[in-house]
Design a protein around this ligand. Sequence first.
Ligand code: SF4
Length: 377
Amino acid sequence: MGRAGVYLHIPFCVARCSYCDFATTRYRCDFAERYVRAVVREIESFPLDVPREIDSLYFGGGTPSTLDPRQIGRLIAAVRARFRLLADAEVTMEIDPATADRNRLCAYRQLGINRASVGAQTFDDEELARLKRAHKAADTIALVADLRATGFAEINLDLIAGLPRQTLAVWQRNLDCAIELRPEHMSLYLLEVHERTPLARQILRGTVPAPDEDLAAQMYAVMIERLEEAGYEHYEISNFCLPGHRARHNMKYWTGAPVYGFGCAAHSFDGKRRRWANERAAERYVRMIEEEGRAVVETVELDEEAARAETLFLGLRLMNGFDLKTYAARFGRNVLRDRAAEIARLRDAGLIELEGDRLRLTSKGAVLSNEVFVALI
Ligand code: SF4
């Protein structure tokens, strides 16, 4: 079991993007203050009988950079009081290009935030407008310059491929713009259309075309080629980094390390079998903390079979796959024997490969990862 991490969910956004199904709410100054108080209280009452040493702290959302530095400072102080935040910990904040100026970035940096994750999504202003994003491409470029100027040595950029009406040429331009900024890390996702989002309704009404899966697969292939050419390591299905810059916090999710989540919709895992989740709606979460001191609405104890499936699924997301010996030591099972027929079929189709003691996706398998997971799990 690796070292633990802490996740803090900050649900506030300045606008609602058309594709978004995250737990978010519009930023309101008075409610943001109540929310911060509730999260501090939740952290303070977290049980002490778990490993308390943490080497990653992650502010996700929502848009954490809607909170002012004093509020972020109070949250970090609460984490420090309950956990031992190691001196070399990775401390990440998701930052929306529309929300942070240089002063604010400087203050975040002084609080110990050493990694910024920037929601660029696309460098095409028409696409940004269609998605109802609150920023323009120039804001992303300016934010990256400001982050560098204020001492951020670790930057992640998020991009989405397969946006409505996006052509291969626009996607290639997006990749070129991102590479030019030279972030240490990039997370590149294929668009998913979630029910009950404005985008899903637009597609249903026929005002926006549905995603084209073949085009998305081409975009994925181009992305791997371009980024590898530019020196990025493709280390997880959707994640690339310059050598030595993997996202430590994200690695915890893929390797089954403990992560303790606080705030609305936050999920936690004890690194063994127990997962739990907080109330998703921000207002209800705050009320529950104020009235009962806790907001956990779901706890799941994974049984043996679920734990095995999860290890397989998460391990295969990493491009160097997972170690069959570690799996055998943990579960007393041989996955090559247990899933012999499926593995043979997937290997024949060129979707997975065996190298030494590691089972992993091929590049073709990464494009078709959902099919591989369905077949195996
Ligand atoms: S900024 Fe992020 S979290 Fe907020 S609405 Fe847009 S996609 Fe969702």
